[in-house]
Design a binder for this molecule. Sequence first.
Ligand SMILES: [Zn+2]
Ligand SMILES: [Zn+2]
Length: 596
Amino acid sequence: MRKSGIAARAFHALRQLHYSVVLSNTSVAQKLFEIRTLMELAGESFYKYTAYERAAASVENAPPLGDLVAAGEHLKLPGVGKTIGGVIEQLVRTGTADQLEELFLRFPPTLLEVLGVSGIGTKTAGMLFSEYRIASLADLEAAIAEGTLLGVPRLGSKTIENWKRGILAYRGRQRRTPLPQALAIAKVAVAYLQDGPPLERLSFAGSLRRCEVTVGDIDIVCTSHDAGDVVAHFARWPRAEAVLAEGPTKASIWLSGGLQIDLRVLPDHLYGNLLQHFTGSREHNIKLREYAVRKSLRVSENGILNLENGDVTACGDEPGVYAALGMQYIPPELRTGLDEIDLALANAIPLLVDGKDLRGDFHMHTTYSDGDDTLAAMIAAAAARGYEYHAISDHSGGRGRRFGMDPATVRAQRHEIRTLSERYGIQTLCGSEVDILPDGSLDYDDAVLAELDIVIASVHTAVGQSRDEMTARLIRACENPYVNIIGHPTGRRFEGFPGYEFDYDAVFAAAARTGTALEIDGQAARLDLPGALARRAKTFGVTFSLDSDAHRTADLSATQFAVGQARRAGLTALDVLNARPLEDVRAFVAQKRMAA
Ligand SMILES: [Zn+2]
Ligand SMILES: [Zn+2]
């Protein structure tokens, strides 16, 4: 274990040499949290280490830190003062920080794993480390297996059993699950719950309800007269690999895929308080409680307590909670701890775009390129969704793609589209998802582009270009008079690709200036732009298009995920191209072509 500490320090020292490392917000938040944990272990004051916890939450919901730090704007984030601001800057620029390195000289980084096991606090971890040299999860597992810890005072066999489950859960938490995947699992869990003892109301809560791009665990809240029966039924779910905790009103289970589901059951008159409390985010709830205390109120899942007269207000629905605090209702997607409470107090929370606002979808593929379903099937399915219009946007293949369409096929497809759209009673636009070539030019000539009703341009190749090259490439695409939408603008994919590197602000500004929409691609593997970036893009005055990027009819519903990210960005229907009538969409396209 000593060796692993040294190896980790050497690794960190190496990282420091690469001073151009740019950490993502999530990684910075994680490191701030590590500092917090190690500070507690080192015996620092509560006040000092919780400051890092708050900063971590704040960073997670902020626009890209690379840009913020460059502009010195990270110091304006809630909970980020001069000291922590300096740490953040170091983390972003070098991948580590002096403070973290100093703490790692005292405690090996792997000790953080041990601290991540529920039921092991800093005191216990400190004891395990100093007395038993347990410095990693592997050490702990070995010690449990070998019986080293048997007979240690205050460590009963029940505690050890709890730790074993805690280790399972910790390993599960190491992976965050993409929102679409988590939602699919959550729906199965809900179906199972609804098959059991009678429930009154039920909802998802937590990061799933807030539409975070990835979720750590699934939170479900419900109300019932028979909380005990509901909890027992839940804990017996055959899909549960382990029951991590079970009490009179709550249970946590662990699924074999490594995902944890927490269930809370309360009486129905507290449904609003329960849902509000467990929807979070942690940072939002901290701010809400701080505000409430100034009004002599204490907010919790058990109601709102008036600290002056002891009265408790139970809220049957969630808007009631915010009303009782004297503010406008805040939709879950906006509960990030940024500025939403100030906005709500000023009655300035916008009416967010909703799935019902979408009149169409510009991004879908057919068997003409890499889709699984035929043109007829996709058009029929779009019509069945009740859309006024939609676009077929198969891949280009002028110079690039194996499975793309050459210009002759584009024309053939257009004929077929005319017949089919009439048959199914929907306005089908002839679109294309055209590759943006490495130099920023497009895969089709202008003559071909001019024949299309709407053009999505996307980067699919040469994704490893330098930041400057990629920035120039995307800006050049925006400047093309035929490009109406930049598809999946960052290229991020849950499986293994974090997205291309480019100057977000420069591209957002170019999109706004040239009348080019940026896509929020709802495809389950993408969610691109994610909410935090779209929020930043909105400040530049960008228009957005919320698309499914469906490759089969069943995936047309993926626009729901695009809507979720749009709501996290605070977008209204006015910001969204496909929430506008078709003539406005045509005007959007025509205006850009005319300006050229
Ligand atoms: Zn694409
Ligand atoms: Zn596509």
